[in-house]
Design a protein around this ligand. Sequence first.
Ligand SMILES: Cc1cc2nc3c(=O)[nH]c(=O)nc-3n(C[C@H](O)[C@H](O)[C@H](O)COP(=O)(O)O)c2cc1C
Length: 210
Amino acid sequence: METEETIRTRRSVHQYSDEPLDDETLTELFDRTRRAPSSFNLQPWEFLVVRDDDNLAELQEIANGQEHVTDAAAVVVVLGNLDPAAHAAEVFTDWAEKGYLPNQEEADGLTQHVESWREQDTSENRLWTAKSASLAAMTMMTAAWDMGIASCPMGGFDGDALTETYGTDGYEPVMLVALGYPAEDADDLEREQKSRRSVEEITHFESFEA
Ligand SMILES: Cc1cc2nc3c(=O)[nH]c(=O)nc-3n(C[C@H](O)[C@H](O)[C@H](O)COP(=O)(O)O)c2cc1C
């Protein structure tokens, strides 16, 4: 699919076929997903893929009983690392090696700077990680649709229950994303797309008036 068509035709789908998502397909999907931009390229994301029926049923309870959680071939829990410096040293060494930084000393200095963010208020780091993880989630949904795989992002879930169930302390449960090949008669694909606010309404040039 052309990028424009992918962006214009993607929509949240709630009904999926029984076709599974195999490892090879998911590997291709995450290879595309990991190309997403992130703050300082720190890639503070992890993707927990749930495909097992029992595990999906458990996840459905956490997601307020949303039906498409068990209908989907997989649900991806998008996690945002609350430690901004988790991958800083390797990322900035790569920058120095490729000339994005003048030398390794600068890389070490930048690593120390990012390490100082560990002292920030948790809410700062939650927002910080959610920004990059959300871009990754959108990249994943766009890439999926390009591969013929439908998706539905979900914010309706109990974050504390999710953290407890999967033992993901130290990670912000940013979003769930249902994935699967769409059912042949999926309502969401048969209906007219949901409305969008106009370009004129949402764009502001040079100054902002609500
Ligand atoms: C942050 C966020 C949270 C969402 N939460 C849910 C959800 O819990 N359940 C659901 O079915 N859809 C959820 N959606 C999907 C939206 O309802 C959907 O994107 C919106 O209605 C626009 O429709 P479209 O994606 O088909 O264009 C969520 C979307 C976003 C971006």
